[in-house]
Design a protein around this ligand. Structure first.
Ligand code: XMP
Length: 538
C-alpha cells in the first residue's frame, strides 16, 4: 500500500466516528489490525495510521493514546520505516510493541544492538518490576510471544527496565512521568499469556482511558450520521444473505425507516433455507421493505457447460451486476413515476479491514457488488452509505445481535459471493446444487449441534462433481461423487489452518451424508493449511 493510499484510509475512517481514538501506528507488519482489534476488545475505539504520520497530523486527531506496532525491519536496516520522533513530545501516552519498542528506544536516546540472538515464538520472560503500572498484577515468570533479531541493550535515560529474558536484558521499559511504555514481545498475540492485560494496563491505568466504547454507542452514532447524510433521500441496499449487508441494512433502516428498500437476488447458488431466512426471519426482525429477484434460471442458463473456476466466477459476477442493475433501475423508475424523492444512496457493508487494505474510498461510486466487478450506467450513480466502515467482523456481529437480527444470520460463516457455484468442482446444474445443499445442511447442523460454531471460521462443503468412485451402499455397487469437508480456523481468512474436528463428529457427518444424500458415497477431509491451499476450492 502506498502512503497516499494509507492516508486515504486514515482520512476516510476519521470521517466516520466522533470518538477520540487510540491510534495504532502501522509499521508494515501484519500486526496492526490485530492490535487495533485488541484495543477495541478493551472497549476503547482505535484507528490504524501509517508510520509516515507526522506529529502535526497526530495532534489534529487528538488521540487518547498511541500504540506503535511491530514491523518486519531492523531499525538499522536500509529503508527501515522512519518515524517522526516529535510524536513522543506531544504528551500523548505511547506504548511501543516489538519494532515500535525499538523505534522508541532509539528515538529517545537508548540503544538497540544487533546481538545476533534471535528470539522467535514462545519465550519465557522474567518480570522484574510488577509494581509498575504496565505490568501490574503480572506473574514473575510467564511465557510471551517474541519475533525479533535486534534487542534493546540500554533503555533511554529516565526509563526503568521492567522485564528481561535470557538473551534480552531490556524486554520492557517505562517512563511514568512522560507516560511512555514499551514491550519487546507481542501482547496482542494470544500466545502471550497475559498480553491483553498488558494492553489494558496501558490503556486504562497508564493512559487513564475509560472502557466505554461498545456496540450500543456505535449504533447511536451511526444512526445520527446516516440521518445527516441521507436526509429525506431514498436508499437502496443489496442483501446477499451474509452478515455484513444484513447488519448494514438494519442500521440504515433504524435510521431512515422506509426510505430504504432492499434487493435480494436469488441466483440459485444459495445454501438451504437462506432465501427463507432473509425473506421471512430478517424481514420480520427488521421490518425492511424487500424486493426478491428470482434469477435462478438466468444464472443456471449462463453457467451451463462451464467448469473452469475463473470463468464461473466471471459469469456469476456479470449476471449478478446485470440483475441488480435491472432491479435498481426498476426502483428508480418507480420512484420517478411516484414523483417523490429519487434513490440517491447505496448501502454497502464495507468493513474496516477493507478500508485499511484498499486505502479508503471516495464515498461516491457506481454499484460495486460483493463480487467487485462491473458498474452501473452513468445515470445510475449513487452516493455510498457505509455504516460498518470503522468496524471489524466480530463487532459487526455484536451490533447485529444488538439490533435483534436472527442468530442464523448474525452467526453466519463467511460465504463467497459466487456461492455454491464455486463449491462444485465441475459443471454447475440444479441437481448438483440440490445435492450439495443437502450435504452442506447436514454439516452445518452437526457443527452447530457439537457447539463448534465459534471455533470454526468457516467450513466449505465441496462437491467433486467431476470425480466418481466405486462404493457399496445397501445391496448394490455405486459409482458416486465424493464430498469434501474443509473446516478451517482463521483470524482473517488471509491465512488459515485446518480445524482438528473430533473423530466422532467426523464419523457422524460422514454416516449421515452417505446415508441421506443420494449420489454421494464417500466423504473426505481436507487437511491443507492456507497457504498453500486457499479456503475455497475454486
Ligand atoms: P480463499 O478461497 O481465497 O478465500 O482462501 C478467502 C475468503 O474469501 C471468501 N471468498 C469470497 N468472498 N466473494 C466473496 O465475497 C468471492 O468471490 C470470494 N471468494 C472467496 C472465502 O469464502 C474465504 O472466507
Amino acid at each position: 500500500m502506498t502512503d497516499v493510499q494509507q492516508n486515504g484510509a486514515q482520512q476516510a475512517s476519521a470521517e466516520q466516528t466522533s470518538a477520540r481514538p487510540v491510534l495504532v501506528v502501522d509499521f508494515g507488519a501484519q500486526y496492526a489490525q490485530l492490535i487495533a482489534r485488541r484495543v477495541r476488545e478493551a472497549s476503547v475505539y482505535s484507528e490504524i495510521v501509517p508510520f509516515s504520520v507526522t506529529a502535526a497530523e497526530i495532534r489534529e486527531k487528538n488521540p487518547l493514546g498511541i500504540v506503535l506496532s511491530g514491523g518486519p525491519s531492523s531499525v538499522y536496516a536500509e529503508g527501515a520505516p522512519a518515524f517522526d520522533a516529535e510524536i513522543f513530545d506531544l504528551g500523548v501516552p505511547v506504548l511501543g510493541i516489538c519494532y515500535g519498542f525499538q523505534v522508541m528506544a532509539t528515538a529517545l536516546g537508548g540503544e538497540v544492538a544487533h546481538t545476533g540472538a534471535r528470539e522467535y515464538g514462545s519465550t519465557p520472560v522474567n518480570v522484574t518490576d510488577a509494581g509498575n503500572v504496565l505490568l501490574a498484577g503480572q506473574p514473575h515468570d510467564q511465557t510471551v510471544w517474541m519475533s525479533h533479531g535486534d534487542s534493546v541493550s540500554q533503555a533511554p535515560e529516565g526509563f526503568s527496565v521492567l522485564a528481561s529474558t535470557v538473551s534480552t536484558p531490556v524486554a520492557a521499559f517505562a517512563n511514568d512521568e512522560r507516560r511512555l511504555y514499551g514491550v519487546q514481545w507481542h501482547p496482542e498475540v494470544k500466545h502471550s499469556e497475559h498480553g491483553q492485560q498488558v494492553l489494558e494496563n496501558f490503556l486504562h491505568r497508564a493512559a487513564g482511558i475509560p472502557a466505554d466504547w461498545n456496540s450500543g454507542n456505535v449504533i447511536t452514532e451511526q444512526v445520527e450520521r446516516i440521518r445527516a447524510q441521507v436526509g429525506t433521500g431514498k436508499v437502496i441496499c443489496g442483501l446477499s444473505g451474509g452478515v455484513d449487508s444484513a447488519v448494514a441494512a438494519a442500521i440504515v433502516h433504524k435510521a431512515v425507516g422506509d426510505q430504504l428498500v432492499c434487493v435480494f437476488v436469488d441466483h440459485g447458488l444459495l445454501r438451504q433455507d437462506e432465501r427463507r431466512q432473509v425473506e421471512e426471519d430478517y424481514v420480520k426482525a427488521t421490518g425492511v421493505r424487500l424486493v426478491t429477484v428470482d434469477a435462478r434460471e438466468q444464472f443456471l442458463d449462463a453457467l451451463a457447460g462451464v467448469s473452469d473456476p475463473e470463468q464461473k466466477r466471471k459469469i456469476i459476477g456479470r449476471e449478478f451486476i446485470r440483475t441488480f442493475e435491472n432491479a435498481a433501475e426498476a426502483l428508480v423508475l418507480e420512484a420517478k413515476a411516484e414523483g417523490g424523492e429519487m434513490i440517491k444512496f447505496l448501502v454497502q457493508g464495507t468493513l474496516y479491514p477493507d478500508v485499511v487494505e484498499s486505502g479508503g474510498g471516495s464515498g461516491t461510486a457506481n454499484i460495486k457488488s460483493h463480487h467487485n466487478v462491473g458498474g452501473l450506467p452513468e445515470d445510475l450513480q449513487f452516493d455510498l452509505v457505509e455504516p460498518l466502515r470503522t468496524l471489524f467482523k466480530d463487532e459487526v456481529r455484536a451490533i447485529g445481535t444488538e439490533l435483534g437480527l436472527p442468530r442464523e444470520i448474525v452467526g453466519r460463516q463467511p460465504f463467497p459471493g459466487p456461492g455454491l457455484g464455486i463449491r462444485i468442482v465441475g459443471e454447475v446444474n440444479w441437481e448438483r446444487l440440490e445435492l450439495l445443499r443437502e450435504a452442506d445442511a447436514i454439516v452445518r447442523a452437526e457443527l452447530t449441534a457439537a457447539g463448534l460454531d465459534d471455533e470454526i471460521w468457516q467450513c466449505p462443503v465441496v462437491l467433486l462433481a467431476d470425480v466418481r468412485s466405486v462404493g457399496v451402499q445397501g445391496d448394490g455397487r455405486t459409482y458416486g461423487h465424493p464430498i469434501v469437508l474443509r473446516p478451517v480456523s482463521s483470524e482473517d481468512a488471509m491465512t488459515a489452518d485446518w480445524t482438528r474436528l473430533p473423530y466422532d463428529l467426523l464419523a457422524k457427518i460422514s454416516n449421515r451424508i452417505t446415508n441421506e444424500v443420494d449420489g454421494v458415497n464417500r466423504v473426505v477431509l481436507d487437511v491443507t493449511s492456507k497457504p498453500p491451499g486457499t479456503i475455497e476450492w475454486e
